[in-house]
Design a protein around this ligand. Structure first.
Ligand code: GMT
Length: 380
């Protein structure tokens, strides 16, 4: 007998950022598997295809009231989630990022009455533990919402251990790693390189992120500058936010002609295919979804050994890691890759093979399905 299809409400941030990207990919994959999936957010998530079967998007409208200096999002979100759960008989609320989504889910459940309400699964993605969880103005509220979740997951072992030491929780925290499915290429590597003004033989390093403070774009440029000083290479930055604040450093380092910046690209896959290796310099990452994306394109990665990155990037199998803040060692790894195309190719292929083995949708999405069924069956 086949298991009944589920009705799942997914709440996430809609922007270019790991948690929203992952939540969108998960919802799309669940819908492909036959589940009915309802998304809640203040804007349509960037990678969400609302024309796909069984996908629904419910925008949360935030009205402006003159009394409020700061508009409130949590209450309209909770009301939208409760109404939708009632209208569509949702089984599960799966909220990505605790603040304020897990609190909104708790409120929605209280409004509906626990007996008739969906179960709550909360997935922590990183800064909800590592940043907001350390803030006394947020921690008790996050702890409250988590303790009223039917299941809590983190995207890495590293984040699980940090979550367990940050919050007092009575229920277990489970790890379900992130996954990735590359989008089909729209153009060839040669076409993409031509479009970017890159020569066929040039060694191209790629970095893809929201360029927020923790991505340490300053270190990215310094590492690249140190590598560039040893041999020719180019850096392609796929920036999910305004790159302008980094222009002065780029000029100071004399990198103007060697760095290509593209903001808010949607065809990330084509750009990754045009590159030869990835460079990531975050001071912390619970997982590093961009690193995984790069590995899926068979590009080895050079990164700092922080947070959950060692769970994604196995040293010697998919690239190189160095202690946070190292510049010369990171640059030396880039130069090594640039000088040895055979090693670069081999690392790229073994990185992709491991990514496929460990972090494919086929492997990860059933873990979420099993979790939904478990919370529904056990009532816990
Ligand atoms: O830092 C970001 O890029 C955004 C952030 C988010 O919440 O959207 O990313 C977090 O979630 C991603 C998906 O699970 C992880 O791959 C990132 O490592 C994590 N960022 C941090 O932990 C700083």
């Amino acid at each position: 007998m086949t298991a009944p299809m589920l009705k799942i409400g997914i709440t996430c941030y809609p922007l270019i950022g790991g948690s929203g990207i992952l939540a969108t990919a998960l919802g799309m994959d669940l819908a492909r598997r036959g589940h009915e999936v309802h998304f809640f957010s203040y804007a349509q998530p960037v990678r969400l295809d609302v024309s796909a079967p069984r996908i629904h998007f419910h925008p949360v409208v935030v009205n402006e009231y003159s009394l409020f200096r700061y508009p409130d999002y949590t209450l309209p979100l909770a009301v939208k989630m409760a109404n939708c759960a009632r209208d569509h008989a949702l089984d599960v609320f799966h909220v990505h990022y605790a603040v304020p989504h897990a609190t909104a889910a708790y409120l929605a459940v209280q409004m509906l009455g626990e007996e008739h309400a969906p179960r709550i699964v909360t997935t922590l993605h990183g800064t909800d533990t590592t940043l907001l969880g350390q803030d006394p103005s947020y921690r008790p509220a996050i702890e409250h919402a988590l303790s009223h979740s039917d299941a809590i997951t983190t995207v890495s072992e590293s984040l699980r251990s940090e979550t367990e030491s940050t919050f007092r929780l009575t229920q277990p925290v489970e790890v379900i790693h992130n996954f990735f499915t590359p989008a089909p290429a729209l153009r060839s590597r040669v076409e993409m390189r031509r479009e970017l003004g890159l020569g066929e033989e040039e060694f191209v390093v790629v970095h893809s992120s929201n360029v927020r403070a923790g991505k340490r774009v300053d270190l990215l440029l310094r590492v690249f500058a140190a590598a560039r000083a040893r041999r020719p290479m180019r850096l392609l930055v796929l920036a999910g936010n305004d790159f302008a604040p980094f222009r002065p450093l780029l000029e100071e380092l004399g990198l103007d002609g060697d760095v290509i910046v593209r903001e808010n690209v949607t065809d990330v896959s084509d750009h990754l295919e045009a590159a030869d290796a990835g460079l990531y310099t975050s001071d912390n990452e619970s997982f590093g979804l961009s690193i995984l994306e790069t590995l899926f394109h068979a590009r080895p990665v050079v990164a700092y050994r922080v947070g959950g990155i060692p769970e994604v990037l196995v040293e010697g199998e998919a690239g190189f890691m160095h202690p946070f803040g190292e510049i010369d060692a990171m640059a030396a790894s880039l130069v090594q890759l640039a000088d040895a195309p055979e090693i670069t190719r081999r690392l790229g292929e073994s990185g992709r093979a491991r990514a496929l083995r460990e972090f494919s949708a086929e492997r990860i999405v059933p873990q979420y399905e099993a979790l939904y069924r478990r919370v529904l069956n056990s009532g816990t």
